[in-house]
Design a protein around this ligand. Structure first.
Ligand code: PMP
Length: 395
């Protein structure tokens, strides 16, 4: 048979992280590779109660087709939570999506023509890169430091790429680096976006998972022109399996997103939406998030302490105040895919940094996840990694 695939089929490979995750399913493996929330924290009992209540009260409606925009009580609950972090939105500005991953994909469909330019952090979220690659986008990477994307570098890129469509940014506990964009830079980013007339896609799945320091307002908080498209999700504060995220944006954008979502899946799972809304009606989700933060704080602190103890001293790493990830920078000559292979031999899984750079630079980095391993596993895994690193860095 002749090749029947569309040209775009060759633009995206299956995510390397997903391939790595397959290996991590082996029981003997200590995995710092994925970005999985701790499953023991999922509110299973409470969801059982919420589920029963939904079926009892709205059984048929909860199993019927429903509106694309999403279940109104859920959208209202989202509006209330967003108000608490400084985003004022009304119902027509919220669209429920099937995870924020769908919001990213719809963003690509809606805004990207072939060859369009996206400005993003260097590195950035791998699955967003792949989603945007489908539309044959170009990526302009902007350097980061410990305080997130650097604004001088952003301005330079905006000058050099005046046709850029949007800045894609993960300001809080960035994936993969765990870094957070500092306050002045948030304000500056809005100014620059306005000056150079680009949109900002603020992808914020981790902002609510802050376990140290003071919360910062989202970039959307400073948006007076409807320039920021804000994406978030229940995946890290509730459960990823229900696949519920949302877009908060100006109505003109939401109307288009709705039309595009209709072509993708008509609407997100109505049963999941009702269960989530019911959970929030019956229980205190904020108290639940506090529990998640306490566990992640402990795991993150354990990992940082062990890195300090077991890794060679010429390695630098981020010290996140929230989220799920630590970013490790090895000496420039070290290829982290080699470290990845050696770690696997020792039953430790990590993700080499290279796929997080859309243009494929920087081989000497790697990402560690701490949310889905116990303190004991973290200690043992980082100790084994330390041995690998001492050995490889001596070569
Ligand atoms: N954006 C970022 C930065 C992420 O890290 C993730 C999850 N790993 C997502 C979006 C997608 O999350 P979900 O589809 O589960 O809401």
């Amino acid at each position: 048979m002749r090749n029947k695939f569309a040209k775009r089929a060759s633009l995206v490979k299956s995510s390397e992280t997903r391939e790595i995750l397959k290996v991590t399913e082996r029981p003997e493996m200590i995995s710092f590779a994925g970005g999985l929330p701790a499953p023991e924290l999922f509110p299973v009992e409470e969801l059982n109660v919420a589920c029963e209540a939904v079926l009892k009260v709205d059984g048929p409606a909860s199993l019927q087709y429903s509106t694309t925009e999403g279940y109104i009580p859920l959208r209202n609950a989202i509006i209330k939570r967003m108000d608490a972090i400084g985003i004022q939105a009304h119902l027509q500005q919220i669209l429920i999506t099937s995870g924020s991953q769908q919001a990213i994909d719809l963003t690509g469909r809606l805004f990207l023509d072939e060859g369009d330019t996206i400005i993003c952090e260097s590195p950035t979220y791998l699955a967003a890169v792949n989603a945007f690659k489908v539309y044959n986008a170009n990526f302009v990477e902007v350097e980061m430091d410990e305080d997130g994307m650097m604004m001088e570098a952003l301005e330079k890129q905006l000058q050099e790429n005046p046709q850029a469509k949007f800045i894609y940014t993960i300001p809080d506990f960035h994936n993969p680096t765990g870094r957070t964009l500092k306050l002045e830079r948030r304000k500056r980013m809005i100014e620059l976006a306005s000056q150079y007339d680009v949109l900002i896609v603020e992808d914020n799945p981790y902002g609510a998972v802050r376990f140290s320091g003071t919360a910062l307002p989202p970039i959307k908080h400073f948006d007076t022109e409807g320039r920021v498209i804000y994406l978030s999700t229940f995946s890290k504060i509730f459960t990823p399996g229900l696949r519920l995220g949302w877009i908060c944006a100006d109505e003109v954008f939401i109307e288009k997103y709705v039309a595009f979502k209709q072509t993708a899946d008509l609407h997100s799972d109505s049963f999941a939406q009702r269960i989530t809304a019911k959970y929030m009606e019956l229980y205190d989700i904020e108290a639940h998030i506090e529990k998640i933060k306490a566990v992640y704080k402990e795991r993150c602190t354990t990992m940082l302490t062990c890195i300090d103890q077991f890794f060679p001293k010429n390695i630098s790493y981020s010290k996140p105040d929230g989220g799920l990830f630590i970013w490790v920078e090895l000496p420039a000559s070290v290829d982290s895919s080699k470290i990845f292979v050696e770690c696997l031999k020792n039953n430790v899984a990590i993700v080499p940094g290279i796929p997080f750079f859309p243009n494929g630079t920087q081989k000497n980095t790697l990402r560690l996840n701490y949310s889905n391993t116990t303190k004991e596993q973290i200690r043992e895994g980082i100790k084994r990694m330390g041995e690998v690193l001492h050995h490889e860095l001596k070569k």
